[in-house]
Design a protein around this ligand. Sequence first.
Ligand code: PEP
Length: 263
Amino acid sequence: LVSRDHHPERSTVRVGGVPIGPRTVTLIAGPCAVETPEQTLAAARMARAAGATLLRGGAYKPRTSPYAFQGLGETGLRILADVRAETGLPVVTEVVDAHDVDLVASYADMLQIGTRNAQNFALLQAVGAAGKPVMLKRGMNATIEEWLMAAEYIAQRGNLDIVLCERGIRTFETATRNTLDISAVPVAQRLSHLPVIVDPSHSGGRRDLVLPLTRAALAVGADGVIIDVHPHPEQALCDGPQALVDRDLEELARVMAQFPPML
Ligand code: PEP
């Protein structure tokens, strides 16, 4: 269903009216985690100032440590809905449990499947039946074939509004949090008709790498990028070191403008 063999034209997925696909380069930005209404609104304004047309933000955070901030849950979803009403930016947010899919879908414009759940087949089937577009991150240990098969689980439930997101894979390298597999972008675009975007924030895990990796992603033809921003990253409850700050936004907008869609 997601293969290009039977669907040679590359697809465009619409999220709250915003297109992601071959004739556009979409910027999704926002906080890694929803922490407070003020922080989320400030991050959404930063995102919009940089040219983002979609807002990201996690209300359910799948953390390595059970002692780390786990997200605000439904309170966070409500904050996202309020910020959408205030800024007009449709919301992309993660769902981590099949039991929460209907709840999250009732607030979100797009459901995100994170790297840790990329082969949680029950969850993939549940989001496939939820009637909302899905952003499917690549599992940190998944081959491209496994990633596309994960997308197939969603598609099989009747939902072809899927955007693939390369977010870095596990390698022996420790200088970066993950290794951005830049070749995955054209490879996945050749194998699948689905749009392919890149997450340069979770790939490198470092603010200083976000803009170089964004350039790399757009240079190889990614259909968009998803980027963490935070008004006060030193106080962030999740992934502060990778969040862009105010002074980075002009440069981000310049980078986006340098890479118009590849037609
Ligand atoms: C995220 O985007 O909030 C996130 C946790 O990303 P990943 O699943 O790629 O680690």
